[in-house]
Design a protein around this ligand. Structure first.
Ligand code: NAG
Ligand code: NAG
Ligand code: NAG
Ligand code: NAG
Ligand code: NAG
Ligand code: NAG
Ligand code: NAG
Ligand code: NAG
Length: 291
């Protein structure tokens, strides 16, 4: 049962350690002579100086080649996402349910739209975007003519949403059975909908479930189009006052007053059937008016 190595006492271990820290026989400190410690320190100092230099150079070159007006990796998103307001979710799906006999219930929906449309106030928009835009044409700007080295953005006015603007009917139809929803398409820098064919993208809503409960739909602006003058978008830095154009849909609910809706943005270069991206090019939502 004898161990091969002799067991040493704690005192001996301490002595060993002491000898390691300062070995007077060899004149070494922590296993190295002071001179070797100086050499090794100098080596590491030089090493880190060179590494820091290389790193700084790489960052400098990177920053120098980046155009601050165009973010990198933008081409990962090829098709824009589509969203709907009021954005009330249940179980990850948009579920717009309200009680039209209960002001507190439907008031939440109209309040959501009022808040959402606040930056689109006609007065505000005309003030921050004093721009004469030609409807039906891309607004191509190759130079930075707007103040502070920026580009103009076309104003989108709340009043363009007609009966869904909240101006004539501040309840947005939620005090009855003709609620409005607002469709927004996300921005993609330099994206030209329909790629130069001169046609504007438009929203097309269909009823997936409960066809008998939807009598009709009205689109605002006319035909549910996103006018071409809002494209291309040049980025936050180039167009700081850009606001996405919107389309509102007034849904006339009858019978059970509940439906599953599917709204698509139609353009030849907007995909919509990606399983992995259910909100690309389209949005699905449930709408229900209780009483
Ligand atoms: C809707 O609101 C009215 C009035 O508050 C209430 O009587 C009714 O039960 C509500 N309906 C539903 C389905 O909650
Ligand atoms: C837009 O803003 C102006 C001035 O702030 C205000 O008088 C007007 O009522 C607002 N319009 C709407 C529709 O809220
Ligand atoms: C828009 O038109 C008005 C009057 O025609 C003009 O004074 C103004 O400078 C124009 N604005 C831009 C951005 O072109
Ligand atoms: C341009 O920038 C200056 C300084 O940031 C600011 O005071 C001014 O209001 C800006 N002009 C416009 C038209 O945005
Ligand atoms: C807006 O609503 C009014 C009253 O309900 C209606 O007469 C009018 O035709 C509607 N406007 C549009 C563009 O549908
Ligand atoms: C879009 O149009 C440009 C020029 O007209 C063309 O070069 C390009 O291939 C088109 N892209 C698509 C996806 O159709
Ligand atoms: C809207 O979509 C439906 C179903 O996909 C289609 O039958 C209809 O023709 C479309 N309407 C327009 C105006 O594109
Ligand atoms: C709406 O669409 C119809 C049919 O495609 C077209 O005749 C009309 O000019 C369009 N209206 C607007 C304002 O784009």
């Amino acid at each position: 049962m004898a161990t091969l190595k002799e067991k040493r006492t704690c005192g001996q271990r301490c002595e060993d350690f002491g000898r390691f820290v300062w070995n007077s026989e060899n004149g070494t400190f922590m296993g190295r002579t002071p001179l070797r410690w100086v050499y090794i320190s100098l080596y590491y100092v030089a090493f880190y100086v060179v590494m820091t230099g290389l790193f700084s150079l790489a960052i400098y070159v990177l920053m120098y080649t980046i155009d601050p007006y165009v973010p990198m990796y933008q081409d990962r998103l090829k098709s824009p996402g589509v969203m709907v307001w009021p954005d009330t979710y249940s179980d990850e799906q948009v579920q717009i349910t309200y009680n039209m006999s209960n002001k507190q219930s439907w008031g939440k929906m109209s309040q959501c739209l009022t808040t959402f449309l606040k930056p689109y106030n006609d007065t505000t928009q005309k003030q921050i975007n004093p721009c004469n835009c030609t409807t039906g044409k891309y607004f191509i700007q190759n130079t930075y003519n707007a103040p502070n080295h920026t580009k103009y953005a076309c104003p989108f006015l709340q009043s363009m949403l007609g009966n869904c603007s909240g101006i004539s009917d501040p309840s947005f139809g939620y005090s009855g059975s003709q609620p409005c929803v607002i469709i927004k398409m996300n921005r993609i820098i330099n994206f030209l909908p329909n790629n130069g064919t001169g046609l504007a993208p438009y929203v097309n809503c269909t009823v997936l479930e409960g066809q008998e409960n939807v009598r009709s739909m009205e689109y605002y602006p006319t035909n549910g189009t996103f006018d071409l003058s809002y494209y291309p978008y040049y980025g936050r830095k180039a167009q700081p006052t850009y606001y996405n154009p919107l389309v509102a849909v007034k849904i006339d609910l009858v019978n059970q007053r509940t439906a599953k809706m599917h709204c698509r943005v139609m353009a030849n270069n907007i995909a919509y059937e990606s399983i992995h991206e259910p909100y690309t090019g389209r949005v699905v939502f449930y709408i229900q008016a209780l009483s």
